[in-house]
Design a protein around this ligand. Structure first.
Ligand code: MG
Length: 251
């Protein structure tokens, strides 16, 4: 179902989003060789509590066992933060979701631990640029296909695999609402975006092919060919029915 949020509801989502941003900042600062993913999860849980929020992911579908998703190297999304200790050269993708007074905020980012190979650094940068290119398409009246088309074409010159089995989503009272926000598509096609909607855009690009599989834990999604993957995500609210603003185009 697509839901439309009032300004007061968007404000709650913004508070959840600020908590998500603080978690990303503090977790990134703590991410260094020798630190376990479980420790990063504990930092996240502490900040959620301080900010009066709860985790969007903990017990998601009744079973997700952690506060955040932490996906390393060939893990694309939904990694479970456990005892694994970060190593120099690892690629860490963190996905954080917070709920404030019943409303969700959701964002992901990917970074290297210390030095990573140039090809991996480029993958990370291109994936982040694709997210911003997608965000630039967001306005009242735009189509979901406008976002997918620009994300897909961002990967094309590099030959990256664009993950198609997982995608972005509407967000509000649920972390995952309609519409689906695909990372591929055709300009001018798909659901029309309208004022009051909030969506998560989240490109996932692989150094290898786009094929994925799920690990035996039932959650962790990895690249089928073992190649490195990157993932970025922001939550975007459509608050106006006017044309595009310079604020969005400045990125
Ligand atoms: Mg999401």
């Amino acid at each position: 179902m697509i839901t439309y949020k009032s300004p007061a509801e968007f404000e709650k989502m913004a508070i959840a989003g600020r908590c998500v941003a603080r978690i990303h900042e503090e977790v990134q600062a703590a991410s260094e060789p020798g630190v376990s993913l479980r420790e990063l999860d504990a930092i996240s849980a502490k900040i959620l509590k301080e900010d009066g929020c709860t985790s969007s992911f903990l017990r998601y579908q009744g079973t997700f066992p952690a506060t955040i998703c932490a996906s390393v190297n060939d893990q694309i999304v939904h990694g479970i933060p456990g005892d694994y200790e970060l190593r120099e050269g690892d690629v860490l993708s963190l996905d954080v979701g917070a709920i404030f007074e019943g409303f969700h905020g959701d964002a992901a980012l990917t970074y290297g631990i210390g030095e990573v190979e140039p090809a991996v650094q480029q993958l990370i940068e291109v994936t982040e640029r694709a997210l911003w290119a997608g965000i630039d398409e967001v306005q009242h009246g735009a189509r979901v296909g406008d976002i997918g088309a620009v994300i897909e074409s961002s990967a094309e010159p590099y030959g990256y695999g664009v993950v198609k089995e997982y995608d972005g989503h509407g967000i509000g009272r649920q972390m995952h609402e309609q519409p689906q926000i695909f990372n591929h598509g055709r300009r001018g096609s798909g659901v029309r975006l309208k004022k009051g909607m909030a969506i998560c855009i989240e490109p996932m690009f692989n150094l290898g092919t786009d094929a994925t599989r799920v690990e035996p834990d039932g959650w962790t999604v990895v690249t089928a060919d073992g190649s490195i993957s990157a993932h970025f995500e922001h939550t975007i609210a459509i608050t106006r029915s006017e044309e595009h603003t310079s604020e969005l185009q400045s990125h």
